[in-house]
Design a protein around this ligand. Structure first.
Ligand SMILES: Cc1cc2nc3c(=O)[nH]c(=O)nc-3n(C[C@H](O)[C@H](O)[C@H](O)COP(=O)(O)OP(=O)(O)OC[C@H]3O[C@@H](n4cnc5c(N)ncnc54)[C@H](O)[C@@H]3O)c2cc1C
Length: 416
C-alpha cells in the first residue's frame, strides 16, 4: 500500500480501481506459501478498511488480468515492472494482450530503489562490479517516497476470489504482511540501526533487520526503507546493503541466464557427490558453523548473511559442488529467495559472478572464531554440541568424546 507507484497513480487518476493479485501456478511458492497467504490476507483487510478490496485470481496472470479488465470494463492495466526472464516475458505478453483488447498498458517502478538499467557505465549496459555502482547509485536522484492511498473505490459486484489458505505448518518466526513489516521497520530504525555497522556480522546477535522477506514480497518498499535509514547513525552501512540488492537486480536484467549459467565462465571440475550434497542440505557436514547455518535455514526459512557466505563457500569451494545445487536448495527454503539476489549471491560466492576476487575461499573455522566467538550461534542450532566450551565448539573433532552423536567432518578443515 505504501510507496506503490502503480497503485498510487491509479488511485489518483481513476475513479474506480481493481487491485488484483494473480496466483500463478507456474511460480511455486514452495516454503513461502504461508508467508504469501498472510501477506495477501493483510493486504485485503487494509484495502477493505479503505473501502476497496483485493481481488484474487488463480491461473495465467495475463489471461486473468485481461479477463477481469473486460468484465469490469476497465480502460487500462497498470503493473509493477520486474526483472526475471519470466517476469519480462509476462510483461511482454500482457502488453500484447492489452494492445489486442485496446487497453492502455503501463509499467511502474517499485521493486528496487533505482530502476534496474537506469544507471549505466560508459561502456556496457550494466555495472559488473559493486563499488562503482554504489558510487553512482548513492549520488543518483531517487524518486520520492509515496504515501499509501487514503481511499480505494472498487467497482461493485466483483467476485473478490478466495485467498490462499492460511493453514500451514509453522515455519520460521516471521509473519507475512505489510502491517508486520512496517512495525518491524519502525522498531529497527529506532532501536537497532545505530549498531548495524558494528554488529551486522555477529552471527549470534539479532544485528540485522530481517526485512529481506518483506522486501521480497513487496510488503515494504526498498525506496522507503532507504529514505528513512539515510542520514541516521548506522544508516550508510545499511543503505549500502540495499544498494547490493539493486546491484543484483540490474545484473539479472542484463544477464537473464543468471540462475543457469556462469556469469563469468570458469573452468571448474564440479563434483557430483550426492551424499555430500545431502549432508550439506541436512546440516550434517561435521563442520559446526556450516551445520548451524543450514539448520537455521531449515527451521526458520532465513539465514544470517555471514552464514550464507560460509555455507556457500564451503559447498562450492571445498566440496566443489555446483552453485546451482546450493541455489536450488535456498530457493526452496528461504522466505526471501528471489532470482537476482539468490543467484547473484550464489555466483558471487562460487567465484563465477561479480566478486573481484573469485578465488577467495572462506575458512569456516576462522570465520566461526571471528563471527561467533563464544559459539552461541552454533550451540543454538546444533544441540549435539551444546556442552562444548567456546575453545572447542567450532572444532569438535579435537574432543570427539564431548561431541557424541555429531558427525566427523566430511572433508578435513584446518584452522589456517
Ligand atoms: C549464497 C547467498 C544467497 C543469498 N540469497 C538471497 C536471496 O535469495 N534473497 C535475498 O534477499 N538476499 C539473499 N542473500 C543476501 C543476504 O544474505 C540477505 O539479503 C540478508 O541476509 C537478509 O537479511 P536482512 O534483511 O536481515 O539483511 P540486512 O543486513 O538488514 O540488510 C538489509 C537489506 O539489504 C539487502 N541485502 C543485504 N545483503 C545483501 C546481499 N549480499 N545481496 C543483496 N542484497 C542484500 C537485503 O534486501 C536486506 O534485507 C544471499 C546471500 C548469499 C551469500
Amino acid at each position: 500500500m505504501h510507496d506503490h507507484p502503480a497503485l498510487a497513480e491509479a488511485c489518483a487518476r481513476a475513479r474506480l480501481v481493481v487491485p488484483l493479485f494473480v496466483i500463478d501456478p507456474a511460480i511455486p511458492a514452495r516454503h513461502r506459501q504461508g508467508f504469501l497467504a498472510e501477506a495477501l490476507d493483510d493486504l485485503r483487510s487494509t484495502l477493505r478498511d479503505l473501502g476497496g478490496d483485493l481481488v484474487v485470481r488463480r491461473g495465467d496472470p495475463v489471461a486473468e488480468a485481461v479477463r477481469l479488465a473486460t468484465e469490469t470494463r476497465a480502460t487500462a492495466i497498470w503493473a509493477t515492472s520486474d526483472v526475471s526472464s519470466y517476469a519480462r516475458r509476462r510483461e511482454q505478453r500482457l502488453e500484447k494482450a492489452c494492445d489486442a483488447q485496446r487497453l492502455q498498458f503501463r509499467l511502474f517502478p517499485g521493486v528496487t530503489v533505482v530502476p534496474p538499467g537506469r544507471l549505466r557505465p560508459f561502456a556496457g549496459d550494466h555495472y559488473r562490479v559493486f563499488t562503482p555502482y554504489w558510487r553512482v547509485w548513492s549520488t543518483a536522484p531517487h524518486r520520492p517516497v509515496l504515501p499509501a492511498p487514503s481511499v480505494v473505490h472498487v467497482p461493485p459486484g466483483i467476485d473478490p476470489g478466495e485467498l490462499p489458505g492460511l493453514e500451514r505448518k509453522p515455519y520460521g518466526n516471521l509473519r507475512g504482511g505489510e502491517t508486520v513489516a512496517r512495525r518491524r521497520l519502525d522498531l529497527w530504525l529506532k532501536l537497532c540501526l545505530a549498531d548495524y555497522d558494528e554488529g551486522h556480522d555477529e552471527l549470534a546477535e539479532d544485528g540485522t533487520s530481517m526485512l529481506s522477506p518483506y522486501l521480497r514480497f513487496g510488503c515494504v518498499s526498498p525506496s522507503e526503507v532507504a529514505a528513512r535509514a539515510a542520514g541516521r547513525p548506522g544508516g550508510e552501512a545499511f543503505v549500502r546493503q540495499l544498494c547490493w540488492r539493486d546491484f543484483y537486480y540490474q545484473v539479472a536484467l542484463a544477464f537473464p541466464e543468471l540462475p543457469r549459467r556462469d556469469y563469468r565462465p570458469r573452468d571448474v571440475d564440479w563434483n557430483d557427490d550426492q551424499d555430500a550434497a545431502d549432508a550439506w542440505r541436512e546440516g550434517l557436514t561435521g563442520v559446526p558453523i556450516v551445520d548451524a547455518g543450514m539448520r537455521q535455514l531449515r527451521t526458520e526459512g532465513w539465514m544470517h548473511n555471514r552464514a550464507r557466505m560460509i555455507v556457500g563457500s564451503y559447498l562450492t569451494k571445498r566440496l566443489k559442488i555446483h552453485w546451482r545445487v546450493g541455489g536450488d536448495h535456498f530457493a526452496d527454503l528461504l522466505l526471501d529467495a528471489d532470482i537476482p539476489n539468490n543467484w547473484g549471491n550464489w555466483q558471487w560466492v562460487a567465484g563465477t559472478g561479480n566478486d573481484t576476487r573469485p578465488n577467495r575461499v572462506l575458512n569456516p573455522v576462522r570465520q566461526a572464531t571471528r563471527f561467533d566467538p563464544k559459539g552461541d550461534y552454533v550451540r543454538r542450532y546444533v544441540p549435539e554440541l551444546s556442552g562444548l566450551p567456546a575453545s572447542l565448539v567450532h572444532e569438535p573433532w579435537k574432543a570427539p568424546a564431548l561431541a557424541a552423536g555429531y558427525p566427523a567432518p566430511l572433508v578435513a578443515v584446518d584452522n589456517g
